[in-house]
Design a binder for this molecule. Sequence first.
Ligand code: NAD
Length: 364
Amino acid sequence: MEQTQDFERARSEWEALREQIERYRTAYYSEGVSLVSDGQYDEQFHRLEALERAFPELAGQDSPTQEVGAAVVSAGFPPHEHAERMLSLDNVFSLEEFADWAVKTADAAGRPVRWLSELKIDGLAISLAYRDGVLETATTRGDGRVGEDITENIDWIPVIPRTLSGEGFPPFFEARGEVFIATADFTAMNGRQHELQAAFETDQQAKGVPADKVKVRYPEFANARNAAAGSLRQRRENKNADQIDLMRERLGRLSLYIHGIGAWQHPELPNQSDIYGLLDGWGLPVSPHSRVFDTAAEVQAFIAECGVHRHDFEHEIDGIVVKVDELALHDELGATSRAPRWAIAYKYPPEEVTTKLLRIEVGI
Ligand code: NAD
């Protein structure tokens, strides 16, 4: 009887949480709006996972814990199906939780594991498909199966090579990475918004619009992630020459680090860190901050050290991603419908103190 009551209580909490989280996700992934801070979102998501662990019958296919991102509600870009699914990452929020995950993962591996440890870049995921060394498509993650084909913007993003250099690439492969705006570029971008807004205000006032009635046409970007997402997903359609120039300028400020692969035939290499060496040689940018460690204790020290220097990197980070370096173990450990079992994201405590409505404003 008591057990039934516990389950009923858990189910009604789970249903209320699921509904709320779905609302946050739709706003975030489809409209670029954060209705709550990332910290608050993560807390509720974590609670949903805990309820599902206690009552596994709650964890159906319709739970957000089983989903990656959101289906494409396109700003006009054609949909494109990834050759191999793009997944999200499971999270831990303390060094103890990370240590537990490492023990569990090493046990499941059944042999010594080396840990590839990387900065978790606060940007947005992209998949670059190359055929015979030439870029075929650039696609956002979408719901992990189908994303938006944003290839038409690539010519204006100099960090993404159209053609690879060197030799020995697979006939077809997908490189997965993070598009971001470096902190210095983010400051410059907001400086430019101020400049454009000031010019707009002068123009409006010259046309007789009272100062307090002039609209904000070029708002500050709320954060670098939103600025990157807004810039990447701009369309050329219906823009005049000035707007096209601005679009080009913003796309030119995007940066990229590759942090994984999707479809891949050969050459077969033992470790993900070896693949990075190869990609780097072909002209694809990889992060200089990644490290490989033999023990979970060394990873913990890396997490702590990067936490101290959290704002000293060239881009914003919201955590550390730890991956099993050996590629054969990726296949052996597999994945859930949402995330690989061979990787985890350690999230630093949130720094936001207020809940505000953040909207992607590209101002053109
Ligand atoms: P995530 O951002 O927590 O982690 C997965 C992503 O990390 C990957 O898809 C990849 O793009 C990225 N990543 C960055 N550096 C990486 C690296 N070195 N290696 C591998 N991947 C790396 O998960 P998500 O599913 O993209 O988004 C969930 C998160 O988004 C939440 O935890 C929350 O922070 C935020 N969110 C916020 C709201 C809100 O309303 N505030 C709503 C939904 C989601």
